[in-house]
Design a protein around this ligand. Structure first.
Ligand code: UDP
Length: 441
């Protein structure tokens, strides 16, 4: 019998969406004998993506990669907010994805189509072609609870969430401050608000929803999602890449080898997280005054007169910081091999923006966290970590999201010196069982 052929369209850009869907594709081949066609676009391509695709293409797995024609943007469009660009990109990508699917199925029938949660626009294409379509959620089950409940919230609350100084009730989540709800939904007058709302309301059209989570981490949210009015929910996490796709150009793993066990705080804000100059200064002050060891991945701020990021570390850090902390800290620009850094025996904590992959990776390796959400659904992820599972310390922020140096110091000391985290070992053991592949995803 022929293998089932599955076509997958990942969201371009953000590694947080691309890495776990690529991992899912690998497992569908490895453990379930599927044949996969990955349909990609190089729109908003990151520098880490070519290496990852190269590895997939050269693996022994039954994965083919095909590319839709490049979707160009004029200069004005390139300056727009990412969310607006994404909404335009999806409309432009639709006919190309349809062409590829048509051509693919002329040689081999397509059993199913899987795409990212933000690509529900493509359901128009697959409905027309009568191909069963599944959504892949690289984020939490709680964020899906939020999205499904969003139309009701919008009808009940008539101000933008950013102006609502109260907690909202979302089935499946503990009460959550409205200002912690995902950033694309904060301001109703933003042009992309309607687009995201429409995207959220289309989740129900899918034949099923795969979520990179597991029951012990998000029991309540998963239970809430399992209703007759929601498509079948499959918690397939934790989907962890077992080896890093990026070489350790910075030799930070070697540096970690030289540090005492569980002594280093890893500080990273994912593939997009950028702090302001003032915030970098206060974070540096907090790390320095805490007296603890740290490995900090620093992404430069945007200066006002330029659209590019500052890349000179000495311009980014407070004067003298590097020399004063040289014996216990390492600062890297832009990227570290997070996959091997987290399970490294010297890593004792993770100060994170709570991107969902970072969250799942940290929990799975038993690394306690300090939660510093910046954007997207990271405020919801913080609630899951801090309130529901007690595996992270929340940081106090002012109403502009600013964290002062003394607050950083407090949290770092509490995490690295405290008795915090009795819950962690239980969760990470469960995650490790999944990783040990007692089940294949
Ligand atoms: N990542 C990494 N090195 C870095 C920053 C990020 O390897 O310096 C990886 C990280 O392991 C994770 C992904 O990139 O798999 C980031 O995904 P996440 O959902 O945490 O955040 P996002 O980038 O989507 O904000």
């Amino acid at each position: 019998m022929d293998k089932p052929h599955v076509a997958i369209f990942p969201l371009s850009g953000g590694m947080g969406h691309f890495i776990p869907l690529a991992e899912f594709a690998k497992r569908l081949c490895q453990f379930h004998g599927f044949s996969i066609t990955l349909i990609i676009s190089k729109w908003f391509w990151t520098s880490q993506q070519p290496a990852l695709l190269e590895r997939l293409a050269s693996s022994a797995l039954d994965i083919r990669i095909t590319e839709i024609p490049h979707i160009t943007e004029d200069e004005d469009e390139q300056k727009m907010k990412l969310e607006t660009r994404l909404s335009k990109f999806m409309l432009n990508a639709k006919p190309h994805v349809e062409d590829v699917l048509q051509s693919l199925r002329s040689s081999s029938p397509i059993s199913a189509f899987i795409t990212d949660l933000f690509c529900t626009e493509l359901l128009d294409v697959t409905t027309k072609l009568k191909v069963p379509s599944y959504l892949f959620v690289p984020s939490s089950a709680a964020s899906v609870c939020f999205m499904l409940h969003l139309p009701k919230l919008v009808s009940e609350i008539n101000v933008s969430f950013k102006d609502a100084d109260f907690e909202v009730e979302v089935p499946g989540l503990p009460p959550i401050p409205a200002t912690d709800l995902p950033t694309p939904f904060q301001e109703r007058s933003d042009s992309w608000f309607k687009w995201f709302l429409n995207n959220a309301s289309r989740i129900k059209e899918a034949s099923g929803v795969f979520i990179n989570t597991f029951a012990e981490l998000e029991e309540e949210a998963i239970k809430t999602l399992r209703t007759p009015s929601t498509p079948p929910i499959y918690p397939i996490g934790p989907l962890l890449v077992t080896e890093s796709d990026t070489p350790d150009e910075s030799s930070c793993l070697k540096w970690l080898d030289e540090q005492p066990p569980s002594s280093v705080l890893f500080v990273a804000f994912g593939s997009f997280g950028v702090l302001s100059r003032e915030q970098i200064t206060d974070l540096a002050i907090g790390l320095e005054t805490s007296g603890h060891r740290f490995l900090w991945v620093l992404r430069g701020f945007k200066s006002e007169d330029s659209s590019s990021l500052e890349t000179d570390i000495s311009q980014l850090l407070p004067e003298g910081f590097e020399s004063r902390t040289r014996d216990r800290g390492l600062v890297l620009l832009n990227w570290a091999p997070q996959i091997p850094v987290l399970p490294h025996p010297s890593t004792g904590g993770f100060l994170s923006h709570c991107g969902w992959n970072s969250t799942v990776e940290s929990v799975s390796h038993g690394v306690p966290m300090i939660a510093w959400p910046l954007f997207a659904e990271q405020g919801i992820n913080k609630v899951i970590l801090v309130k529901q599972n007690q595996v992270a310390i929340g940081l106090k922020m002012d109403n502009k999201g600013f964290v002062r140096g003394e607050e950083v110091e407090r949290a770092v000391r509490e995490l690295m010196e405290g008795e915090f985290l009795s819950e962690m070992s239980g969760l990470s053991t469960i995650a490790a069982n999944y990783l040990g592949l007692t089940r294949k995803f």
